[in-house]
Design a protein. Structure first.
Ligand code: URA
Length: 202
């Protein structure tokens, strides 16, 4: 994470630069880069892990199953998707082919750090007052440290670079919970975490 983000002046220029990214090997197997989306100046910049299968095919962040959970939680928290800039810590889909399926693989520290360059560029352009980190990969990228989500979720944390981070779980975690009562409890807590953004002045 020692390199400075490139001097890019618009989100359009950023998308063009990201599309040519070869900073780590993930570009080789992914269909396309999935750039962040949202208003050029948003109060909230939300960071996921990496595009999934659907996002890789469609070219937009959070349009698959995890995106539907996120959308429901944003609605319940009173946050409009149109008011947030939404992106991922890693911008290419990392997967392992298994027959006809493509199984999600977690990005490693090198991939997260190489892609941090683009997150930095997004932050410089969007100038958000809050960064919401969804899950461990996003927390690692946004804060620069592998912090334990359970200990820090739902409260604003001042970052060394002057930003403020709100950490919470990744919505795909809720999808993986089998016990219905646990699932509902985690969803409620996820919504409560997101509501901290609503209550926080700019
Ligand atoms: N999970 C993520 O972290 N990001 C997406 O865009 C989709 C699923």
């Amino acid at each position: 994470m020692d390199e400075q983000a490139p001097d890019i002046r618009s989100l359009k220029a950023l998308r063009t630069a990201e599309a040519a990214c070869t900073r780590c090997p993930l570009y080789k197997n992914a269909t396309q880069v999935v750039s962040g989306e949202g208003p050029a100046r948003a109060r909230i910049l939300m960071v996921g892990e990496q595009p999934g299968d659907q996002e890789d095919k469609q070219g937009h962040p959070f349009v698959g199953p995890a995106g539907r959970v996120l959308q429901a939680a944003l609605d319940d928290a009173g946050i409009s998707r149109g008011e947030i800039f939404i992106t991922n810590a890693v911008k290419h889909f990392k997967f392992e082919p298994r027959g006809k399926r493509r199984l999600h693989k977690r990005p490693n520290a090198h991939e997260i750090d190489q892609c941090h360059w683009w997150l930095d560029a997004e932050r410089k352009l969007v100038k958000p007052s809050i960064l919401v980190a969804l899950g461990a990969t996003a927390v690692r990228s946004v804060s620069g440290h592998p912090l334990p989500i359970n200990k820090i979720r739902g409260r604003l944390i001042d970052l060394a670079d002057g930003g403020r981070m709100l950490a919470t779980i990744h919505p795909s975690y809720i999808l993986r919970i089998e016990d219905e009562a646990d699932k509902r409890a985690q969803y409620r807590q996820f919504v409560a975490d997101l509501k901290v953004c609503v209550k926080t002045p700019a």
